[in-house]
Ligand binder design. Structure first.
Ligand code: ADP
Length: 259
């Protein structure tokens, strides 16, 4: 049995081919056409796995752009998919923190792996990858450099969580010749604070698994891990966990049919 999961996110489109383990995966920018991005990433992961579309038993779509995918057999929310993918990699997961391009979520997972509660920040860019992208734009550094710089300094306090106000605040700090390292460290702290405040609104239990593109940043991982003080898992490829969960849901459904 082989299945595919496609996660069309606001910023990146991810796909996973699953056959009981991860056979291949791909991450591409979503761009302006979610349907096209879904198709392209599917072709990419099929090629990597040496497969054709007819070899796939089921394709499951997730992410905000899942509605745009005409070639999937099932569409599932990213909340369910992130929980599923996180539990596959870290079976004791009870809380999933997902920070993506335009929203962040904290998902509570029951002992049996079902989603019991969640909270989502999708109204503004504070505490999301978009916040980081705007801030790295002002500092003229890459997302990877943000992490490296943040580890080299104590944080300067950034008082505004709102992206627009924080942008002005950072321009002001640069004018006062505050180092980029201190600002980078302050940005990381701001994201961590936003997520900690979000997480206080759902029951947050051990173990925590951190998913989404922002979990690629070691400094943000370290900052959240020490703030929560719980066992804190980060996958080797945290951005594909939603697509992985989608592929697993398809796999389980197909297995039930043949048994
Ligand atoms: P979505 O599903 O909403 O498209 P993703 O989970 O794919 O979101 O994550 C995309 C976000 O990941 C981007 O906004 C980007 O800022 C962030 N990201 C990717 N790599 C890094 C990194 N190394 N450090 C910090 N953020 C990163």
């Amino acid at each position: 049995m082989i299945t595919a999961g496609i996660d069309v996110g606001s910023t990146a489109t991810k796909a996973v081919i699953f056959d009981g383990t991860i056979r291949s995966y791909g991450i591409i920018p979503t761009g302006w056409n979610p349907k096209e991005a879904g198709r392209s990433v599917l072709l990419e992961v099929l090629k990597k796995a040496g497969l054709k579309e007819k070899d796939i038993g089921a394709i499951v779509g997730t992410g905000y752009g899942r509605v745009s995918l005409p070639f999937v057999q099932q569409k599932v929310t990213e909340i369910t998919c992130h929980a599923k993918g996180a539990r596959f990699l870290f079976p004791q997961t009870r809380t999933v923190i997902d920070i993506g391009g335009q929203d962040s979520k904290v998902i509570a997972v029951g002992e049996d792996g079902s989603v019991t509660d969640f909270i989502m920040n999708d109204k503004c860019a504070a505490g999301t990858g978009r916040f980081l992208q705007v801030m790295t734009g002002i500092l003229d550094i890459t997302l990877d450099e943000l992490g490296q710089m943040a580890s080299a300094s104590q944080p300067v306090s950034i008082n505004n969580m709102c992206t627009v106000f924080a942008e002005s605040e950072i321009i002001g700090l640069l004018a006062q010749e505050v180092s980029k390292e201190a600002i980078a460290s302050g940005i990381v702290q701001t994201i961590a604070n936003k997520i900690i405040s979000l997480a206080s609104r759902v029951p947050c239990l051990e173990e925590i698994t951190f998913t989404g593109g922002v979990a690629n940043n070691p400094e943000i991982c370290a900052s959240l891990s020490s703030a929560f003080g719980a066992k804190f898992n980060i996958a080797h490829q945290p951005q594909i966990i939603g697509a992985l969960g989608a592929a697993i849901l398809g796999y389980e459904k197909q297995m039930k049919k043949v048994m």
